[in-house]
Design a protein around this ligand. Structure first.
Ligand code: URA
Length: 432
């Protein structure tokens, strides 16, 4: 049983952080408990979050904050699942559909992946929005149902629901108070949910670049270091990859359009970057799960990863034989000159997809499953004048103009005499 929180008051705790001092342990517990119960007002938590954004939290405070947020809900228990369980989390990217092929690959190789996922908010997509574009698919599973599915199929993608409910409330507040991009708050938000997921091990994909929360490599390294430390402190072996998010992953950004691309990967094809990251994350996860004698790439070639993914979808009511939705209105953006496709900015494509209706601007808003952007020419590929560069999809014709405007300036074509784009690695480094 948790001890009754000691008596504190929000103005004093806010002032402590405002003045650059460490929050007391019991004060953190009191704040999280009081915020969830409504005793700490929204404006008080907003002020505190901004003070944390500006002043930071040290490793000890971040660990205590994570623990308090995790303790606000249930922690799943997969000890009865007869396979090693391993989780994966991405800090959020553009075109990041990796979870879909990854759960199939890792399940096909003998581990079990419970993927508690969220919906998109702001410019980053949400795995649940993508999965719900599959006819009939439901992410609302009880803990017992997730356990059964992990035993039978090896994978489940389900709504994070009551895991770390304080994080749901805090995240929504951060989203509207300009405090999302705080390193300790991101670390605590991610790890409170992932530790509540109750897996034996954890692999993190920390994104860096214009389309990520961390724009700077040093910040991404520090975030990875802190999250790996939080995992270890809770007895969960955790590794992190730092990966590039300056341009979108794969050729699609949206919901159904990303599911279709994930199915291509599961069928043994798909864009090279999506395949590379899926296989590398799977290797890390399998290694932590103690499974060393399998080649995850083989499961994409021989169809076993697809079989697992399809079994998971069917177990959750989804029907992959129903065609995926496609926006009724489309527009093709063409090249105004020939040359070489230059950098494509992840944030510009994300904003365009969001304008088309693929994302939401308020929690609870409906997304258009058929909305999104298809990229036809990748950086470094030759382009001729008039050639299709992007296709925009939406159900709402008026959304095309604003989406087109977001894309303008978000890519360039290098002509004769211009410096062509320099290729840069997708996987930048791994934490030791
Ligand atoms: N993903 C999360 O779950 N939380 C954050 O704060 C940022 C990305």
């Amino acid at each position: 049983m948790r001890a009754a929180p000691a008596a504190f008051d929000a103005p004093t705790l806010i002032a402590i952080k405002r003045d650059g001092h460490r929050l007391p342990d019991a004060g953190i517990d009191w704040l999280i408990d009081g915020y969830l119960a409504g005793r700490v007002a929204e404006e008080q938590m907003s002020a505190l979050l901004m003070a944390i954004y500006l002043r930071g939290m040290d490793t000890h405070e971040t660990a205590r904050w994570t623990q308090a947020v995790m303790a606000s809900g249930e922690r799943l228990d997969f000890s009865a699942v007869p396979r090693p369980t391993v989780g994966k989390h991405s800090t959020g990217g553009v075109g990041d559909k990796i979870t879909l092929p990854l759960v199939g690959v890792v399940a096909a190789c003998g581990a079990a992946v419970p993927s508690a996922s969220g919906r998109g908010l702001g410019h980053t997509g949400g795995t649940l929005d993508k999965m719900e574009s599959i006819s009939g698919f439901t992410p609302a599973l009880s803990g017992a149902r997730v356990r059964d599915q992990l035993t039978e199929v090896g994978a489940a993608i389900f709504s994070a629901g009551q895991l770390a409910p304080a994080d749901v409330k805090l995240y929504a507040l951060r989203d509207i108070t300009g405090t999302v991009e705080s390193l300790p708050l991101v670390a605590a938000s991610v790890m409170s949910k992932k530790l509540a997921e109750g897996t034996d091990a954890l692999v993190l994909d920390v994104k860096v670049g214009s389309g990520a929360f961390m724009k700077d490599l040093d910040d991404a390294r520090e975030l990875a270091r802190r999250m790996v430390g939080l995992g270890a402190a809770h007895g969960v072996p955790t590794r992190a990859l730092i990966t590039d998010m300056s341009s979108p992953l794969g050729n699609t950004v949206g919901n159904a359009i990303e599911v279709a691309e994930a199915l291509e990967v599961l069928a043994g094809g798909g864009p090279a970057d999506v395949v590379e990251l899926t296989v590398r994350l799977a290797q890390e996860m399998l290694d932590l799960a103690g499974i060393h004698d399998v080649d995850p790439a083989q499961s994409l070639r021989d169809g076993t990863a697809m079989d697992r993914f399809a079994a998971m979808v069917a177990a959750q009511g989804g029907d992959l034989s129903v065609p995926l939705p496609v926006g009724a209105c489309t527009e093709t953006v063409t090249a105004d000159r020939g040359g070489v496709m230059g950098h494509i900015d992840a944030m510009a494509v994300a904003q365009a997809a969001w304008r088309l209706g693929a994302g939401r601007s308020r929690p609870g808003e409906r997304v258009q499953h058929g909305a999104g952007v298809r990229i036809h020419r990748r950086p470094g590929e030759p382009v001729t004048a008039g050639q299709a560069l992007f296709t925009l999809y939406t159900d709402t014709a008026e959304r095309i103009g604003p989406a087109h405007a977001e894309l303008d300036g978000g890519y360039r074509i290098a002509g004769v005499g211009d410096t062509p784009p320099q290729p840069h690695p997708l996987i930048i480094e791994a934490t030791p």
